[in-house]
Design a protein around this ligand. Structure first.
Ligand SMILES: NC(=O)c1ccc[n+]([C@@H]2O[C@H](COP(=O)([O-])OP(=O)(O)OC[C@H]3O[C@@H](n4cnc5c(N)ncnc54)[C@H](OP(=O)(O)O)[C@@H]3O)[C@@H](O)[C@H]2O)c1
Length: 284
């Protein structure tokens, strides 16, 4: 049976690791770009344009669906759902977020849950992967603070279980290559350890070659700082809700799903830190 795959979000943190794995596996896949010129293996359409998206989804059996963190994410999800139905996609692997729940009191998991519901309502067999916060955030967002030796966050003393995006990609690849057994399933993707922010920074600091201190800040001070940086209000609200989720201990759980699916332990924070130490090293 044919299994033509389309990877959306292919240029992103998860997507770039995923396309490497699919290439290694010899999978029959294309990628979606939001702009530019189409070419061999490259389809071009924005989530903003249902007609273009429907064309881009044509002939696709299995769709890896990842939305960027943007204000109109719900609308983009409705567009993608309509396009997937119109194009006859047979299975969707939707990259969501840990704790996704449309009834959550917290904005970010509520948003993820609402989008999951939009995708489920297509009636297309779907698998939800729900990753915890990425270890890669220490490289993509807080590398400067790590390098300077102090990381500011409003996460109290709670522990959380971070995941390496390479493991998210590995799980996604496994499902995309043989989706049928995973139809209707939802997997929570975490690492295998739950660490407080200071414990995580001790691991990162050991690889970086200098101590890294956690400086807890109050929720309202984090909001003021994000506002001060010119962050839009909708994004401040989502990040504030994430701080509250973590500080309340809701992100501390360790899920067995990565190990069950991959047959190996998730990548440890120590391994991640070793692999990315160059991002935090100070000039000699
Ligand atoms: N960071 C975390 O800790 C974390 C944890 C859990 C869940 N998440 C979720 O993971 C997602 C982000 O994943 P990521 O970090 O791998 O992605 P990313 O690096 O932020 O990349 C976003 C991707 O979205 C694509 N994109 C942007 N606008 C588009 C449009 N209008 N139409 C089609 N594609 C578009 C981009 O493709 P082009 O380059 O072609 O524009 C890009 O490949 C978010 O939904 C976030 O909520 C993040």
């Amino acid at each position: 049976m044919s299994n033509r795959i389309l990877v959306t979000g292919a240029s992103g943190t998860i997507g770039s690791a995923l396309t490497e794995l699919l290439t290694e596996a010899g999978a029959n896949f294309d990628i979606l770009r939001s702009s530019g010129e189409p070419g061999a293996g490259v389809r071009v359409a924005s989530y903003k344009d249902v007609a273009a998206l429907t064309e881009a989804f044509r002939g696709i059996d299995t769709l890896f669906l990842l939305f960027p963190l943007v204000e109109n994410k719900r609308e983009l999800a409705r567009n993608a759902a309509a396009a997937a139905k119109a194009a006859g996609v047979k299975h969707i692997v939707r990259s969501s977020g840990a704790g996704a729940d449309p009834t959550s009191a917290f904005s970010l998991p509520r948003l993820q849950g609402e989008i999951d519901a939009v995708i489920a309502a297509t009636g297309i067999p779907t698998t939800f992967i729900r990753p915890a916060s990425f270890m890669q955030n220490f490289v993509n967002f807080t590398a400067g603070q790590v390098q300077a030796g102090t990381v500011y966050a409003a996460q109290g003393d709670a522990a959380q279980s971070l995941i390496d995006a390479r493991d998210i990609a590995a799980v996604a690849a496994k499902i995309l290559l043989d989706p049928a057994p995973h139809a209707g399933r939802a997997y929570t993707l975490t690492g295998s350890e739950s660490l407080t922010t200071q414990q995580a920074l001790d691991v990162i600091g050991a690889a970086a070659g200098h101590p890294v201190k956690y400086q807890p800040v109050r929720f309202e001070d984090a909001v003021a700082a994000m506002n001060g940086m010119g962050m839009p209000a909708w994004m401040v609200d989502l990040f504030d809700s994430l701080n509250r989720v973590v500080a309340a201990g809701y992100a501390a759980g360790v899920s067995p799903d990565v190990e069950t699916l991959l047959g190996r332990k998730p990548i440890s924070l120590a391994q991640f830190a070793q692999d990315h130490a160059a991002a935090w090293k100070r000039a000699a």
